[in-house]
Write a protein that binds this ligand. Structure first.
Ligand SMILES: [Zn+2]
Length: 161
């Protein structure tokens, strides 16, 4: 097995990075760093892509959690809301102090905004735009050990992964 391979250790239920052999054991390092642990080489197997991603997300959340201890963040994953389109928009800021102010209006894709810009520039010779992008994000509690039940954001609630 190559150093750096991600393996699953059923004894601890964790994914670790293979670091090498140590006597009868293999040394595994937690995803995201930390103390290595000894695992039985007969038990470990290569981690699936899904297990690796989950371990990486957990590690990232653990890092932000310890980095902002004051807030006592629970381990949430933040993901773009797939039920809401992101919004792209451009506003023309050409001209004198007052500016032109024409806007493309929100569009679900950037190319529609660029098309509007080209058209507007062709009509007015205005060249400078302020572009904005907005999307919607949802937070999902990562572990099943929730302290509160139900969702707080009015969303569909935690979905099993
Ligand atoms: Zn303009």
């Amino acid at each position: 097995m190559e150093t750096g391979t991600f393996v699953y250790d059923p004894r601890t239920g964790k994914v670790g990075e293979f670091r090498g052999k140590a006597g009868p054991y293999v040394m595994l390092r937690p995803v995201g760093g930390g103390r290595e642990w000894e695992a039985d080489p007969g038990l470990i197997r290569p981690a699936t892509q899904e297990e690796r991603v989950a371990a990486g997300v957990r590690a990232a959340n653990a890092r932000s959690w310890t980095g902002r201890r004051l807030f006592r963040y629970a381990p949430y994953v933040i993901a773009q809301d797939p039920t809401a389109h992101p919004e792209y928009e451009a506003r023309c800021v050409s001209g004198d102090e007052s500016g032109c102010g024409a806007t493309s209006g929100p569009h679900p894709a950037p190319d529609q905004v660029e098309e509007w810009q080209r058209r507007h520039t062709q009509e007015t010779r205005h060249l400078r735009y302020r572009r904005t992008f907005a999307d919607y994000a949802v937070l999902e509690r990562l572990s099943a050990g929730a302290t509160t039940t139900g969702s707080t954001g009015g969303g569909p609630g935690p979905s099993p992964r």
